[in-house]
Design a binder for this molecule. Structure first.
Ligand SMILES: Nc1ncnc2c1ncn2[C@@H]1O[C@H](COP(=O)(O)OP(=O)(O)OP(=O)(O)O)[C@@H](O)[C@H]1O
Ligand SMILES: N[C@@H](CCO)C(=O)O
Length: 297
C-alpha cells in the first residue's frame, strides 16, 4: 500500500428550514496522512481533536474497521497522522467529517472501490441523517433525502455567489442534546408551513434571489424556535448581522455556532464588525468548499 492523504471539509447543516436535509461544505479540513506500518498507530496532531486513545477506541478507526467488515475485509495496519481545523461539537460537522474520513480510510486501505452513493449510504447510516455527510463527501451545497432504507437521493448545487461568516462560541453543544429539545411530532399545519418555507428558500437560492432566501432561512419552524434557548445571543447575532448587511443568519447544524450568508465580497467587512460586537466569539469568513472529500496520492 502506498501512502496517501485524505482531506474532508467541515459542513454546515440545515441552512435554516431544510432540517436534516440541506448542508454546505466549508473550507475547514480534517486531514489524515496514511502510510503502511507494522502496527496500528494514530497520531493526533491538533488541539482541536479529542484526547488520544488506544487506536481501537479511536472513532475514525472504528468507522474504518466497520466499513472493511461490511465487505469481509480486514484493515491492514497503518500509521495515521490526524490534523484538524474543525472544532468539535460546535455545529460544523466534525462527526460527519470523521465518519467520511473513516469510510475513505477503509476504501483506500482495502481497495473497496466504493461509489459516492455507497459512501453516502454508509455515512448516513452511522450519522442518522445525510445533511452533513453529503456535502462533506461531495462539496458544494447538497439537498438530500432518505427515500427508503437503502436509498438516498440528492441534488448538488455548486454555482452560487455568497460569502459565509461563522460565529463560533467557546463552548460545546452535542448534537444529541440539541436534538432532545425538538418535538417528536408536528401537526399538519406546522409541517405544511415549515416545509413551504423550505421550498421557497431553496427556489430562491436556485434562482439567485438571495434576499428572499435569507428571509426564508430566518423563518425556520422545524428546529430553531426550540433550540434558541440553548444558544446564547441567538437573537442578538441575527439582528446585528442583518443590520450589517447579511442576507440571513441561522444556527449552523445543531449549534452552538451561528452562520450568516452574505453578499459576495462583503463577508470580510461584516465579519470584522461582528468580531468587535461579539468579542467572545471566534468570527471567521469562510468559503463553500466545492470539492468535498479528496484523496491525494
Ligand atoms: N476527528 C475526530 N476524531 C474522533 N472523534 C471525533 C472527531 N470529530 C468528531 N468526533 C466525535 O464527534 C463528536 C461531535 O459530534 P456532534 O455530532 O455532537 O457535533 P458536530 O458533528 O461537531 O456538530 P453538528 O453535527 O451539529 O454539525 C465529538 O465530541 C467526538 O466524539
Ligand atoms: N440536522 C442535524 C445536524 C446536526 O447533526 C441537526 O440539526 O440535528
Amino acid at each position: 500500500m502506498s501512502s496517501f492523504t485524505i482531506k474532508v471539509p467541515a459542513s454546515t447543516a440545515n441552512i435554516g428550514p431544510c432540517f436534516d436535509s440541506a448542508g454546505g461544505a466549508l473550507n475547514l479540513y480534517l486531514t489524515l496522512q496514511v502510510s503502511e506500518a507494522d502496527n496500528w498507530e494514530f497520531e493526533q496532531r491538533s488541539p482541536l481533536l479529542p484526547a488520544d486513545t488506544h487506536y481501537e477506541d479511536n472513532f475514525i478507526y472504528k468507522i474504518a474497521k466497520q466499513t472493511a467488515e461490511r465487505h469481509d475485509k480486514q484493515l491492514p495496519a497503518c500509521k495515521v497522522i490526524v490534523t484538524s481545523e474543525i472544532p468539535l461539537a460546535r455545529g460544523l460537522g466534525s462527526s460527519a467529517s470523521a465518519i467520511v474520513a473513516g469510510i475513505e480510510l477503509a476504501n483506500q486501505a482495502c481497495k473497496l472501490s466504493l461509489s459516492p452513493k455507497e459512501k453516502l449510504q454508509y455515512g448516513t447510516e452511522i450519522e442518522g441523517h445525510p445533511d452533513n455527510i453529503a456535502p462533506a463527501l461531495l462539496g458544494g451545497i447538497v439537498f438530500s433525502v432518505i427515500t427508503s432504507a437503502n436509498e438516498i437521493d440528492w441534488i448538488r448545487l455548486a454555482d452560487f455567489n455568497l460569502d459565509v461568516i461563522v460565529y463560533i462560541p467557546n463552548f460545546e453543544l452535542k448534537t444529541e442534546e440539541a436534538r432532545n429539545v425538538l418535538p417528536a411530532n408536528y401537526s399538519r399545519e406546522q409541517a405544511t408551513s415549515a416545509s413551504s418555507i423550505g421550498n421557497v428558500m431553496i427556489a430562491s437560492l436556485l434562482t439567485g434571489d438571495y434576499v428572499l432566501a435569507g428571509k426564508m432561512m430566518e423563518k425556520d419552524l422545524f428546529h430553531e424556535p426550540f433550540r434558541a434557548n440553548l444558544i446564547p445571543n441567538f437573537g442578538r447575532i441575527k439582528k446585528e448581522a442583518k443590520l450589517s448587511g447579511v442576507y440571513g443568519t441561522v444556527i449552523s447544524g445543531a449549534g452552538p455556532t451561528m452562520i450568516s450568508f452574505a453578499p459576495n465580497g462583503e463577508g470580510q467587512a461584516i465579519a470584522e464588525h461582528m468580531e468587535t460586537a461579539f468579542g467572545d466569539y471566534q468570527v471567521k469568513t469562510l468559503e463553500i468548499d466545492r470539492d468535498g472529500l479528496q484523496v491525494i496520492k
